[in-house]
Ligand binder design. Structure first.
Ligand code: HEM
Length: 453
């Protein structure tokens, strides 16, 4: 659909790798990518607006590349599907910051000795056995039964949001539905009724928009930490029947409580994941269907097709562009590329793997009938998304309410004028202006009580 093509080819953005002292996180040896670095920053805003032609060209040149990320850091970038799965399942690629090269630790935390993320420790920054311990504690809240039990509340929240839209006129789907719904849901789960959304959202936006830490990043992390500590303290003072209270008071099987750092990290990861990813799924799926009206008409005629539309959105325009950082703890090969075990960054582009022509036929086209099994949108391996079932349910309820409530819904700007969030971690729209398309028979006022998803 979007026709913004990379004005520069990958070849024109290849720079020679400078000689680096051995042991440097950004040093490399024996790589098969002809000793060159692809400078992603050189592509400019095109890489944010439409990275797919660039990923396609990178895949044609090989499944693994040495790149300079927007912001200047060097990393290994995995763009092929098979290699992505292999990397995500490789225990030698660590999440724990103690395996990161010293200069990365200094840059990220201000000190080489400090091996924790600024906002604490969570399963997402841990390797087994810590990872298993931290994940197990939280998993209980995300069993299929617990998620299913949330359905009526999610339907109610959705009906409130969609019902609050004017019967006709214009609206921004991101502001009115895609943002507020997931944060409201995760707040319910965590027991954070009066979350200061603006405070959290502003800080978390800054964190995810930066591919490399800036002074802003440290400032945002500090504010987020203060906020999370207040939340945890509040749960200590007045525990409720919610996940955060349970975590504060939990004693795991070995009798050890979560440390303060682990509590803060876990609260952060849940709030952040609940806030930043599902937002993009709702936005990206709405856009995909609006720009494929014949498929949208099929869905409207048979709502059982909505699941296929959501899975295809996850494959075709997934909410998470690239995984969190992994660190090579020893020399290893990914595909045919030797990655040195110097603690440098390894990133997996999920959106590129999901468009790998070796796996999906005609991967650049959106097709709600496609068999999407095995897509990488929720990751792979031990860090596979804990909230996948919840995210799918939220998207299903939100999309049905929106499209059923507004049969004439249409994009309100040319597709090329839509702006995407900067930074590689996420793939999502900044705004999604729509024309609500005339009187809405179902949700055109506040009377509606629940969406029928
Ligand atoms: C469409 C929405 C979502 C997408 C696309 C998504 C995607 C992902 C991905 C790709 C990972 C793995 C990252 C990596 O390996 O570096 C991940 C991990 C995780 N996600 Fe999600 N996520 C979504 C929604 C959610 C929600 C709603 C929650 C919970 C409220 C959640 C909780 C988590 C947690 C806790 C992890 C860490 C798992 C671990 O380290 O073991 N996610 N997610």
């Amino acid at each position: 659909m979007r026709q913004v093509l990379a004005s520069r080819s990958v070849a024109s953005c290849v720079v020679s790798a400078p000689e680096r002292p051995a042991g440097n996180a950004n040093s490399r040896k024996g790589a098969s990518v002809s000793g060159n670095i692809v400078d992603l920053e050189e592509f400019g805003p095109v890489f944010t607006e439409n990275p797919y032609p660039i990923y396609r060209e990178l895949r044609a040149r090989g499944p693994v590349h040495r790149v300079r990320l927007p912001g200047g850091l060097e990393a290994w970038l995995v763009v092929g599907y098979e290699e992505a799965r292999a990397a995500l399942g490789d225990a030698r690629l660590r999440k724990d910051w103690s395996f990161a090269a010293p200069e990365l630790r200094r840059m990220r935390t201000g000190s080489e000795e400090n091996t924790t993320q600024l906002f604490g420790r969570s399963m997402l920054s841990a390797d087994p056995p810590d990872h298993s311990r931290l994940r197990k504690l939280v998993s209980k809240a995300f069993t299929p039964r617990r998620i299913e039990a949330l359905r009526p509340r999610i339907e109610e929240l959705t009906a409130d949001l969609v019902g609050a839209l004017p019967a006709q006129g214009r609206a921004d789907v991101m502001e009115t539905l895609a943002y507020p719904l997931p944060i409201a849901v995760i707040c319910e789960i965590l027991g954070v009724p009066a979350l200061d959304q603006d405070r959290f959202q502003e800080a978390s936006n800054k964190l995810i928009s930066s591919d490399a830490p800036t002074p802003d990043y440290f400032d945002s992390a500090a504010r987020l930490n203060a906020y999370l500590d207040e939340l945890v303290a509040e749960k200590r003072r007045a525990p409720g029947d919610d996940v955060l209270s349970a975590l504060v008071h939990v004693t795991d099987e070995d009798g050890g409580r979560l440390s303060d750092e682990e509590l803060r990290g876990t609260a952060f990861v849940l709030l952040f994941a609940g806030h930043e990813t599902t937002v993009n799924l709702i936005g990206n799926a709405t856009l995909a269907l609006l720009t494929h009206p014949e498929q949208l008409a099929e869905v409207r005629g048979d709502w059982s097709l909505l699941d296929g539309a959501i899975e295809e959105t996850l494959r075709w325009e997934g909410p998470v562009e690239a995984t969190t950082w992994r660190f090579a703890s020893e020399d290893l090969t990914i595909g045919d590329t030797l990655v040195s075990g110097d603690g440098g960054i390894v990133l997996v582009s999920l959106v590129s793997g999901n468009r790998d022509e070796a796996v999906y036929e005609d991967p650049e086209s959106f097709d709600i009938h496609r068999k999407t099994g095995g897509h990488l949108a929720f990751g792979h391996g031990i860090h596979y998304c804990l909230g996948a079932a919840l995210a799918r349910m939220e998207a299903r309820i939100a999309l049905r309410a929106l499209f059923e409530g507004f049969p004439g819904l249409a994009l309100d700007v040319p597709v090329d004028e839509l702006r995407w969030r900067p930074g590689m971690p996420m793939r999502g729209l900044l705004t999604l202006p729509v024309d609500l398309g005339g009187p809405a028979p179902l949700y055109g006022g506040r009377e509606v009580s629940a969406a029928a998803a």
